[in-house]
Design a protein around this ligand. Structure first.
Ligand code: ZN
Length: 162
């Protein structure tokens, strides 16, 4: 029986991600594929949609629009005083931080620059506004456990550790 990707399968993917210019943005390393729970929104929606029904061992190319990837660009990066952050906050460029507004709503943003005085924060994911070009191979898949389905992510090697 052929195994195909459907909801609640744990899927192991090898992938290369390129931008519109064909530059490699990201890729899985040899021997450490990406593990995700299909239907768990672990990966960008456009890729998850296109993987539905793909069989074990198959490869595909998937082009994903910003709307189904990391979103369109929203607003601009801005510099804020370093002292808005706790003194012991370990900040690094590329890090995602979640702030809260007056009503307690979560506002995620990305740290893109750090000086002694200021932190540059950007509301956009680094890949926001980019069309994503994936080449993926489905290395293997298996049924998710009840616990994985409840948690919404895979466990075990390559997955979440608690
Ligand atoms: Zn878990």
């Amino acid at each position: 029986m052929t195994h195909k990707i459907t909801a609640n399968k744990v899927v192991s993917l090898s992938y290369t991600l390129r931008d519109d210019d064909g530059e490699v943005i990201d890729q899985s390393e040899d021997g450490s594929p990406l593990l995700y729970l299909h239907g768990g929104q672990n990966i960008v929606p456009g890729l998850e949609e296109q993987l539905e029904g793909v069989a074990e061992g198959e490869s595909l190319k998937a082009t994903v629009s910003p709307e189904k990837g990391y979103g369109p660009r929203i607003g601009e990066a801005q510099q804020v005083p370093r002292n808005l952050f706790p003194a012991d906050a370990e900040l690094a460029a590329g890090m995602q931080v979640v702030a809260h507004d007056d009503e307690g709503r979560q506002i995620p943003f990305f740290v893109t620059g750090i000086t002694e005085e200021t932190i540059t924060v950007d509301p956009n994911h680094p890949l926001a506004g980019e069309t994503l070009h994936f080449e993926v191979t489905v290395d293997s898949l298996r049924d998710a456990t009840e616990e994985e389905i409840t948690h919404g992510h895979p466990h075990g090697p390559g997955g979440h550790h608690h």
